[in-house]
Design a protein around this ligand. Structure first.
Ligand SMILES: NC(=O)c1ccc[n+]([C@@H]2O[C@H](COP(=O)([O-])OP(=O)(O)OC[C@H]3O[C@@H](n4cnc5c(N)ncnc54)[C@H](O)[C@@H]3O)[C@@H](O)[C@H]2O)c1
Length: 353
C-alpha cells in the first residue's frame, strides 16, 4: 500500500514553492507566478499539472537546462499577430507575457494570435486561457509537448499530449472551461501513479511499446500514451502541433526535449488566441447566452448510472471549493521530492497534517 497523501493549505504551499525557486536565484516575481500557477492546478484537482511538476522544474534549473532569468522577446508584431521567442525561459513567465500581449492586441483589433517558440512547460493550460476570460475575452490556448504519443496505428512516440483549452467569461453559472490533453488523459496522471507508488492505472490511458493497451504503470511508462478517441485524438494533436510549432517556426514533434530529460532544452511552442466578445455581441448578452446554453446542457436527463449532467470545468470548480476549505492532498512521492529539494536548497518545508 502506498503512503497516504499529506494535506496542506494553499496558503502554506504557495510560499514554500516560491521559496524553492527563489533559492535557485529565480527573481521573486517569477517564482511567485510559477508557484501560483502550480498551486492553482493543485487546487482544481489537476494534480498532474500542479506542484507535482515543481521538482522537475527545479532539476531543469539546477542542471542549467532552463533559463530562470529571461523574459524572452517579441520577434515581430503585425496587426493581430505576434511572434515571441521564449529564449528557453520559464514557461509560466513567457506565457504570462504572451497572454498580456494577446489581451492587449484583441482589445485593439478584436482578435489576437500570439505564438511563442523556444519556451518551456507552462503547467495547466487553463491557467492561461483564464487570463483572457478575466479580461472579458474568449481565450483559446494550445501547446505542443514532449513526444510520448504515437500517431494512431503507430507504435513509436512522435507527438506530445498537446493540450487544447478554451475559456469564456462566466455569467451566473460557473464559467465553461474546457482544458484537455489530446490523449485519453494527460501523461502526468501516469507519472502521478509512478511517483506515488500506484502499480495500476485505469484501462484506456496507455499502451505498451508494441501499441497493446496496458493497465500496468511501469509498462505504460516504458510504452506509449493513448491518443484520445483513436485517430481523432491524433488529428487534434496535429492541429495543435501545426498552430503552435509549424506556424511559429519552433521545434516540432520529436525535436522537443522534456522536463524529465537532462541536457536538452524542452523547446515547446505555445499558442494564445484572444477574442474580444464585445465585437460580436455585448459582453452581458454573451454571459446570459452562455448561462442559457449551460443550463440547457445540464437539464438533460442523466443516463443510467449517473445522477446529473456536467459541463466542462464543473469537476474542477467543485474540487477547488473543497480543497480551499479542506487543504490540498499532495501525493507522498511528490511531497518527498519537494522536501528533498528544500533540504538541498536550504528551504524549510511547512508542517503538514
Ligand atoms: N503543459 C502541457 O504540456 C500539457 C500537456 C497535456 C495536458 N496538460 C494539462 O493536463 C491537464 C489535464 O488534462 P486531461 O485531459 O487529463 O483532463 P481531464 O480528462 O481530467 O478533463 C478534460 C476536460 O473534461 C472536463 N470534464 C471532466 N469530466 C467531465 C464530465 N463528467 N462532464 C463534462 N466535462 C467533464 C474537464 O472539466 C476538463 O475540461 C489539463 O490542465 C491540461 O492543460 C498540459
Amino acid at each position: 500500500m502506498p503512503d497516504p497523501d499529506i494535506l496542506i493549505a494553499a496558503s502554506d504551499l504557495t510560499p514554500f514553492c516560491a521559496r524553492l525557486l527563489d533559492a535557485l536565484g529565480v527573481p521573486p516575481a517569477k517564482s511567485q507566478l510559477v508557484a501560483e500557477s502550480l498551486v492553482a492546478a493543485s487546487l482544481r484537482g489537476v494534480d498532474s499539472h500542479g506542484v507535482q511538476l515543481l521538482p522537475y522544474y527545479i532539476e531543469q534549473l539546477e542542471w542549467g537546462d532552463m533559463d530562470g532569468q529571461t523574459d524572452g522577446r517579441v520577434i515581430s508584431e503585425s496587426g493581430a499577430c505576434l511572434l515571441y521567442d521564449g529564449q528557453n525561459g520559464i514557461g509560466q513567465v513567457i506565457s504570462e507575457l504572451c497572454c498580456g500581449h494577446a489581451v492587449r492586441i484583441a482589445a485593439a483589433n478584436g482578435i489576437a494570435m500570439v505564438v511563442a517558440r523556444e519556451s518551456n512547460h507552462f503547467g495547466a493550460t487553463a491557467f492561461w486561457a483564464q487570463k483572457m476570460a478575466a479580461a472579458g475575452q474568449i481565450g483559446i490556448v494550445m501547446c505542443n509537448a514532449s513526444p510520448l504519443v504515437p500517431p494512431w496505428q503507430g507504435k513509436e512516440p512522435r507527438v506530445g499530449t498537446n493540450p487544447i483549452c478554451m475559456s469564456v467569461p462566466g455569467g451566473e453559472e460557473r464559467p465553461w472551461l474546457l482544458d484537455m490533453a489530446t490523449t485519453t488523459v494527460a501523461a502526468g496522471k501516469i507519472f502521478k501513479a509512478m511517483i506515488n507508488g500506484q502499480t495500476q492505472i485505469p484501462a484506456g490511458w496507455a499502451m505498451d511499446s508494441e501499441g497493446v493497451p496496458t493497465t500496468n504503470t511501469e509498462t505504460a511508462l516504458k510504452g506509449l500514451v493513448m491518443p484520445l478517441g483513436g485517430y481523432k485524438g491524433s488529428g487534434l494533436a496535429m492541429m495543435a502541433e501545426i498552430l503552435c510549432a509549424v506556424l511559429g517556426g519552433g521545434a516540432m514533434a520529436t525535436e522537443l526535449g522534456g522536463i524529465r530529460f537532462r541536457g536538452k532544452a524542452v523547446r515547446v511552442s505555445q499558442m494564445f488566441i484572444a477574442i474580444d466578445i464585445a465585437r460580436f455581441v455585448p459582453l452581458d448578452e454573451f454571459r446570459a447566452r452562455m448561462d442559457r446554453l449551460v443550463r440547457l446542457m445540464k437539464s438533460t436527463p442523466p443516463a443510467k448510472g449517473y445522477s446529473e449532467v456536467l459541463v466542462a470545468g464543473d469537476p474542477e470548480w467543485r474540487m477547488e471549493e473543497q480543497r480551499r476549505k479542506n487543504g490540498i492532498p499532495v501525493g507522498p512521492g511528490t511531497w518527498k521530492a519537494l522536501c528533498e529539494a528544500g533540504d538541498r536548497l536550504g528551504v524549510v518545508a511547512p508542517s503538514v497534517r
